[in-house]
Design a protein around this ligand. Structure first.
Ligand SMILES: C[S@@+](CC[C@H](N)C(=O)[O-])C[C@H]1O[C@@H](n2cnc3c(N)ncnc32)[C@H](O)[C@@H]1O
Length: 185
């Protein structure tokens, strides 16, 4: 794969262990891929460089600009859309959905940077963003398609009717991260 050239932008989540775990362990995907929460665009750009058609969404307008700029610098086509999860994608269906979500439980201490809070806090238990992602993904995924996401040991466990398998797991200083594939029967 061509070397990724990613620039960080103020107000945009800087790629971290979770981002690189995703890029390094996501299996080869084929077809139209949607990334929810693209940040700098690292994950979407890496998938586009492998020949996939990728649409990337972020609720943060600064991330949308960052992903567009990084896609250009990597000479790759990436459709980048501003929106709250699937809200800008009515009627569109994808072969796979990837997401490195905000997954930390909401902190009592307010972050100085509201954009950072948006990037890391997944709701009161940390799982609410992912539960909503899986629920809404049903309307935007081919029947044989899968959702690939990160599950952290910081999140509260949740029940889901999706099938799931752990593709990769790594322990870090303060959490365990899993790259998980979810699919329907
Ligand atoms: C953990 S960061 C991941 C960024 C990037 N994909 C990476 O791995 O470096 C989560 C991203 O989700 C975005 N986000 C948060 N809530 C969102 C929502 N409701 N809809 C779309 N994007 C959202 C944040 O702005 C942030 O860029």
């Amino acid at each position: 794969m061509a070397k990724l050239n990613i620039t960080n932008f103020d107000g945009v989540y800087e790629p971290a262990e979770d981002s690189y775990l995703f890029v390094n362990h996501i299996p080869n995907l084929k077809g139209n891929i949607l990334e929810i929460g693209c940040g700098t665009g690292l994950i979407g750009i890496s998938l586009a460089l492998k020949g996939n058609k990728v649409t990337a969404v972020d609720i943060n307008p600064l991330a949308v600009e960052a992903a567009k700029s990084n896609a250009k610098n990597n000479n790759v086509d990436l459709e980048v859309v501003e929106g709250d999860m699937f809200s800008s994608l009515e009627g569109r269906i994808f072969d796979a959905i990837v997401c490195n979500p905000p997954y930390l439980p909401n902190s009592e201490d307010k972050y100085d940077d509201s954009k950072l809070a948006l990037a890391v806090e997944g709701g009161p238990t940390g799982s609410e963003f992912t539960i909503r992602l899986l629920e809404d993904a049903r309307n935007h995924l081919e029947s044989q398609g899968s959702v690939y996401t990160i599950i952290s040991s910081k999140m509260k466990e949740f029940q889901t009717s999706w099938n799931q398998e752990v593709l990769h797991e790594e322990k870090f200083f303060f959490e365990r991260l899993r790259l998980v594939r979810f699919w329907r029967s």
